[in-house]
Design a protein. Structure first.
Length: 92
């Protein structure tokens, strides 16, 4: 198989990780709700992609059985978003 084809097959995990990096950068810039919310949304996107893409197209998102991957990513995404809702804004 062509190495470029193998690299391109990893677009789902690359997209999720890019969103996580942006979310962490926003958190570092003191966007205490937007940053973690983006990280949670990235996990939910990963769960959605894992649910709809075939195993050979899911790339590195496919770690275990589909149901386990979707449950773990979805749980992490929901938990992160729920925790984000409880964060009190910083007061100056």
């Amino acid at each position: 198989m062509d190495p470029r084809r193998r690299w391109w097959q990893q677009w789902p995990i690359a997209l999720v990780l890019a969103l996580v990096v942006v979310g962490l950068a926003l958190s570092g810039l003191h966007y205490v709700r937007k940053g973690p919310a983006l990280v949670g949304a990235a996990a939910l996107l990963g769960a959605l992609l894992r649910a709809v893409l075939p195993d050979e197209d899911a790339g590195m998102l496919a770690v275990r059985r589909r149901a386990v991957d979707v449950a773990v990513l979805g749980g992490i995404g929901i938990a992160t978003l729920l925790i984000t809702l409880t964060i009190q804004p910083l007061s100056s």
